[in-house]
Design a protein around this ligand. Structure first.
Ligand SMILES: [Zn+2]
Ligand SMILES: [Zn+2]
Length: 137
């Protein structure tokens, strides 16, 4: 009983943190209300939720995994400068799903969805708004 309560709290944290939080971010969030929860418990629950298909775990090259409450097939864009991590618009994701399907039909190879992650520079970074906070010389 207590166990499923923890899971629910962790699910809620992932949902309310909208922008694909890492396990550490989820831990910090849940801890505000439940100071006794451990990072290990958060990790364990996140793994189980991901295995059960209730969450998506997004492996990120050179960085920590992120978690997503949206389990529908979709793809992401990451800003290389500030690390912002957002969903591609739904229609674009659907087009990529069709594209991957075509690749599979024509080459016989199933492409791992994680390999379709886009890196770029977000609008705020392009405008120099975020960079000026870090780089001030
Ligand atoms: Zn950025
Ligand atoms: Zn997402």
């Amino acid at each position: 009983m207590r166990y499923s309560k923890q899971r629910e709290q962790i699910m809620n944290a992932v949902r309310s943190q909208g922008c694909h939080p890492t396990a550490d971010q989820i831990y910090k969030f849940v801890r505000q209300e439940h100071p006794s929860i451990s990072l290990g418990t958060v990790y364990r629950n996140l793994n189980q939720l991901a295995e059960a298909g209730e969450l998506l775990r997004i492996p990120i090259c050179g960085s920590k995994d992120r978690f997503d409450h949206n389990t529908k097939a979709h793809f992401h864009l990451q800003c290389a400068a500030c690390g912002a991590f957002v969903d591609l618009p739904e229609e674009v994701s659907e087009e990529i799903v069709r594209l991957l399907d075509r690749i599979r039909r024509q080459t016989g190879m199933t492409v791992a969805p994680e390999s379709m992650q886009f890196q770029g520079i977000c609008q705020a970074c392009t405008a120099g708004q975020k960079r000026s906070a870090v780089d001030n010389h």
